[in-house]
Write a protein that binds this ligand. Structure first.
Ligand code: GLA
Length: 414
């Protein structure tokens, strides 16, 4: 195997240098540079794209059983995959020197803390399906144009993309829900993040010109139309790495669990925090430790707000939708305490731009990106004005890009 040079991890850029087709064709060439020409009996190199996502509503509601409203974006993970005639598995990335090499029978039982834990967890999950058809080895080369650790769900993009690509290459005949389950298995059971179900659903069930409405209690979902002729999604990156994001995230999950344990006796039949209405939280907040009470208040408000946002979307009341996003951000900042100064500055700057309807942090928070809902045509103004305001305060311009949804994981150039 040769040792190609690694590339810097992607930053958000307003216009990618290549369209997806050219970028994936280039990625297939990198695959050959990395893994060499096909050996006897090997398959062709096939290329796949898997998107990232932003979340418009339902901040930190998924693991509380609430509703969420994410949509995919057309930046994501590139995967080049080749089936082998033996049982060897190799995983490489254009962003990292560490290469995984092993066999299907002896996949590692524990995560190593390296980037390839994410696809390995998926491979393990697919191997554990009874009578799995994943019986031959393969090589996957990962790349893409999605910033990592910026709240745009690079992890679900990789895990769902891995499940999708292996499903296609090995004709595993998986249900899309099984691909999402394998992605979740990897992140929760192998990598060890207690994440909710939103991200893999947002990636796996993306549909053009729609947002996903996902009820995280019963995992039912539907696609709601978003008029991307009139609206556009802006993403602005603080450039702040999400330090402590994993430990703080897991702490929030634990606090919500504690809130539910403290409040459930007041709501007969309640199964998850989402079932505890706002008036009950308000009446009994004093019985909870102060931080736990704040988390519970955020959840109850956000559940109500997310249902209201759904109505605003369906009735095309876009100003109300934007205002609700700003309220979500304030609640994440004050009650959930998962924002930071840079995120708040970007939200404030965006809210001041004519044509921007609303903005909030996206993903877990603690750094990463802000998502803004804007009128189509306001992109240039937002790019300049948000950039100016941020630069005046922090001495650097935030990378930014604008999106109109995405069609979800797919093979490209077949
Ligand atoms: C991260 C998690 C999701 C969700 C969001 C917050 O992205 O992976 O499951 O909890 O944070 O809404």
């Amino acid at each position: 195997m040769s040792r190609p040079t690694t590339h810097p991890t992607p930053r958000l850029v307003r216009a990618p240098e290549f369209g997806t087709e050219e970028a994936l064709a280039a990625h297939a060439r990198l695959f050959v540079e990395r893994f060499g020409p096909a050996g006897d009996g090997a398959g062709d190199v096939r290329t796949f794209f898997s998107p990232g996502r932003v979340n418009l509503f339902g901040g930190h509601l998924d693991y509380n059983g609430g509703p969420v409203m994410p949509t995919a974006i057309d930046r994501g993970t590139f995967l080049a995959v080749r089936r082998r005639a033996d049982r060897t598995v190799r995983l490489a990335s254009v962003f990292d020197d560490d290469v995984f090499e092993g066999t299907l029978e002896a996949l590692p039982a524990a995560a190593s803390g390296r980037w390839y834990d994410y696809p390995l967890g998926v491979i393990r999950a697919l191997r554990s399906i009874p009578e799995t058809l994943l019986t031959d080895g393969f090589e996957i080369h990962f790349g893409g144009n999605l910033p990592v650790g910026a709240g745009l769900s690079s992890s679900a993009s990789i895990t769902v993309g891995t499940a999708f690509a292996l499903d296609a290459v090995f004709r595993l005949r998986l249900d899309p829900v099984e691909r999402v389950a394998a992605a979740l298995d990897s992140e929760r059971g192998f990598v060890g993040v207690h994440c909710g179900i939103m991200d893999p659903y947002a990636v796996g069930f993306a549909r053009p010109r729609h947002v996903l409405w996902l009820d995280c209690k019963d995992e039912s979902f539907e696609h709601l139309p978003l008029d991307f002729d009139r609206l556009v999604i802006g993403v602005f990156d603080t450039g702040v790495q999400r330090a402590l994001a994993r430990s703080e995230f897991n702490r929030r999950v634990a606090e919500c669990k504690a809130a539910f344990e403290g409040l459930r006796r007041h709501v007969p039949g309640a199964e998850v925090m989402r079932d505890v209405p706002l008036d009950v939280v308000e009446a009994h907040a004093g019985e909870l430790p102060p931080a736990v009470a704040k988390r519970a208040l955020h959840v109850a408000h956000e559940v109500t707000r997310t249902f209201a946002a759904r109505e605003a979307l369906l009735t095309e009341n876009f100003p109300a939708l934007g205002r609700a996003m700003l309220e979500t951000h304030a609640s994440l900042r004050d009650r959930y305490e998962c924002s930071c100064d840079e995120l708040d500055a970007l939200v404030d700057a965006a809210a001041n731009v004519e044509g921007v309807l609303g903005a909030r942090l996206t993903g877990a928070g603690f750094g990463g990106c802000v998502v803004a809902l804007m009128e189509a045509g306001a992109e240039d103004r937002a790019f300049v004005e948000v950039g100016d305001a941020y630069e005046a305060r922090y001495g650097r311009r935030p990378p930014a890009a604008f999106f109109r949804g995405d069609a979800g994981p797919r093979e490209v150039g077949a």
